[in-house]
Design a protein around this ligand. Structure first.
Ligand SMILES: C[S@@+](CC[C@H](N)C(=O)[O-])C[C@H]1O[C@@H](n2cnc3c(N)ncnc32)[C@H](O)[C@@H]1O
Length: 166
């Protein structure tokens, strides 16, 4: 099974609480699009896709950022090395998200770092600084936000959390 689908199954119950069927959601930094497509089909919301690059995806990408109910960034921000760039990006996206921005990131763990490095080999051309941070580091960059720890099982290499910016 594709890694995006394993992750999507883990995250689904958390996003199910945050996204309503009638919401239109933009996945910013969609990559293959597999992760967001799974969630949209399972939960029933309308999904739009945006990325700086068209990787192997059947999904149609938006040419600019549309105004939607929710913008989600899944595993995107740790690819951006500069903290100011991260802050500027989130500030830029805020006016386009009527309800909230959902950010799913990984905690810094050695297993996560190694696995992510290997998995990201498929995103050719993508910078891989793997800029993982703790909650306190994210607060310094993004200010206060709602923080949700994602439960996983022992064999799963990552430790995810979700930040909600309203
Ligand atoms: C590891 S992939 C995650 C893909 C997908 N969100 C998922 O969860 O499977 C990171 C994606 O973020 C995109 N990305 C990184 N920086 C970006 C930026 N500044 N603007 C748009 N997309 C960006 C990359 O092109 C890549 O597709």
């Amino acid at each position: 099974m594709r890694t995006e689908l394993i992750r999507a199954r883990i995250i689904e119950p958390y996003y199910r609480k945050e996204i309503k069927v009638e919401d239109t959601v933009l996945e910013f930094g969609c990559g293959s699009g597999v992760f967001a497509r799974y969630l949209a089909d399972k939960i029933g919301f309308k999904i739009l896709f945006y990325d700086i690059k068209q990787y192997k995806t059947k999904e149609k990408l938006e040419s600019s950022i549309p105004k939607v109910d929710i913008i989600m960034l899944n595993g995107v921000l740790h690819h951006i090395e500069d903290d100011n760039e991260i802050k500027e990006l989130v500030l830029k996206l805020k006016p386009y998200a009527k309800k909230k921005i959902l950010i799913c990131e990984e905690k810094p763990t050695l297993r996560g770092y190694i696995f992510d490095h290997l998995m990201n080999l498929k995103y050719s051309g993508l910078k891989i600084p793997l800029n993982f941070k703790n909650k306190e580091d994210w607060i310094k960059i993004l200010g206060e936000f709602e923080y949700i720890n994602v439960k996983t099982c022992w064999w799963y290499p990552f430790k995810h959390f979700i930040m909600i910016i309203r």
